[in-house]
Design a protein around this ligand. Structure first.
Ligand code: SF4
Ligand code: SF4
Length: 173
């Protein structure tokens, strides 16, 4: 069943707006901080490794025709609220543009035509593989993919820790 496109704002994406405000205010300072800049580059590299592994295993292809186009996909509403302001700020720091309007009714704010629009995904999104995908991958490939995903999550956690250490955590609420 094809999803309907929305032309109106479903609800205010307050966390996205706050992340964009912080990005404008702090990006120069953050990128000039050598440990943070190094951690961001290490995270970017880990994300690229995951992307390569997902592409090779056919995960993007399978999810690309499912997530936005098949009823009952896994990018359901409310998933967007698993993303905190700090996650979204990190996405901006990695050059990802964040949507403030839903492209699809009753789907995650970050879902686009060809899948997820985020560069830095959290562990919920990275670790979830439906039964179909698990069957297609088989246990050996799935285990290898989960290891690559684990390294990406750890690299993201390093960036998050450095940001929380440098700035007041209430900035990210
Ligand atoms: S994990 Fe499964 S349900 Fe989720 S988008 Fe991919 S194919 Fe669809
Ligand atoms: S953040 Fe991306 S992967 Fe996660 S539910 Fe939303 S669209 Fe899907």
């Amino acid at each position: 069943m094809e999803m309907r496109k929305l032309s109106v704002v479903q609800e205010t994406a307050t966390h996205v707006l706050q992340a964009c405000r912080l990005y404008e205010a702090l990006r120069e300072e953050i990128l000039a901080d050598a440990p943070l800049a190094r951690a961001l580059e290490a995270y970017r590299a880990a994300i690229e490794r995951t992307r390569g592994a997902f592409a090779e295993a056919g995960i993007f292809k399978a999810c690309g025709v499912c997530a936005a186009h098949v009823f009952g996909g896994c990018c359901f509403p409310d998933m967007e609220w698993n993303y905190t302001v700090v996650h979204l700020l990190i996405n901006r720091l990695l050059g990802c543009r964040l949507p403030t309007r839903h492209a699809y009714e009753d789907q995650c704010l970050f879902l686009g035509d060809k899948g997820c629009l985020l560069t830095a995904k959290n562990h919920f999104c990275l670790n979830y593989f439906c039964q179909d995908i698990q069957r297609k991958l088989g246990p050996t490939t799935l285990k290898a993919i989960l290891q690559v995903v684990g390294a990406e999550i750890m690299a993201g956690w390093q960036v998050e820790l450095l940001l929380m250490h440098r700035y007041r955590s209430d900035l990210f609420v």
